[in-house]
Design a binder for this molecule. Structure first.
Ligand SMILES: [Ca+2]
Length: 268
């Protein structure tokens, strides 16, 4: 009987160490430096450049201050003469990753009033079949904090933002959509490991980049005082790594108690 209990306890300890170890895997921004492509169907320009915006600036790890000393990499900026559009930007993660959350950062330019109003955030492991993990309708107003979308850890290789309605802030006759950065948090996928656990990500890793470039975006300043912040931001979901650790500790305590009770019975 004693040998059997020891065997069960040893197995439980190994199991506990395995799942707590898995829970300690740290998620990082796996979109950093990855290739971004854009596509527009119908009207619009997927990439307004003018030296300050480019698709690649969505994953360069920077959200520069505006006005600031280095605002030549403000982010991605698209425009059209109509508000309803069909635009997509897609990040190729260049590999398989188990991801659980995505952040969309507004630009500091125009105080974030160029943030798109309606869009979906989608994930895919093959670039063909997509799952929507975030959706907004008719957002409006200045935006200073990133929009966060949490979901169950999923193996993915691509992240897509599908914009269907540009910001209501018009520059002359044109409307725009702009983002400073897209972050995707996850860990490298290991075959046969479907749920590696998560740890709290740090959405604040995107840094402002000091520099000396003089600003000259050449666009009309909107009036930020006419738009109100939208409180309807999506709350990030809690990480699951702590749950795994708690479960492991409880399992060890229960089995240790079993051992003690067995010993007492043996004494009797
Ligand atoms: Ca950026």
């Amino acid at each position: 009987m004693k040998k059997l209990v020891c065997l069960i306890l040893s197995a439980a300890l190994i199991f506990a160490l395995c799942i707590t170890g898995a829970g300690a895997v740290e998620e990082t921004n796996v979109a950093f430096g990855k290739y971004v492509s854009g596509e527009v169907n119908g009207q619009g320009n997927i990439e307004v450049t003018l030296g300050f915006w480019a698709l690649e600036y969505l994953t360069d790890g920077l959200v520069p201050e505006y006005p600031g000393d280095n605002q030549d990499r403000l982010g991605w900026y698209a425009g059209a003469y109509v508000r309803e559009v069909d635009m997509t930007v897609t990040i190729d993660l260049d590999g398989d990753y188990d991801c659980s959350r995505i952040y969309l950062y507004p630009q500091k330019f125009l105080e974030g009033t160029n943030f798109p109003s309606s869009y979906t955030v989608e994930i895919s492991d093959d670039g063909e079949n997509w799952t929507v993990v975030g959706q907004e309708e008719d957002l409006d107003g200045a935006r200073s904090e990133p929009m966060a979308y949490g979901f169950e850890s999923t193996k993915i290789s691509y992240v897509k933002l599908h914009v269907t309605l540009l910001s209501s802030v018009a520059d002359g006759n044109a409307f725009y959509a702009g983002l400073g950065e897209i972050e995707v948090y996850g860990v490298e996928h290991v075959e046969g490991q479907t749920d590696p656990g998560t740890t709290e990500p740090d959405p604040g890793t995107t840094e402002s980049d000091p520099g000396t470039t003089e600003p000259d975006p050449g666009t009309t300043e909107p009036d930020p005082g006419t738009t109100e912040p939208d409180p309807g931001t999506t709350e990030p979901q809690p990480a699951t790594g702590d749950t795994a650790a708690i479960f492991a500790v409880v399992a060890v305590i229960v089995l240790a108690a079993t051992l003690v009770i067995s010993k007492k019975r043996a004494v009797r």
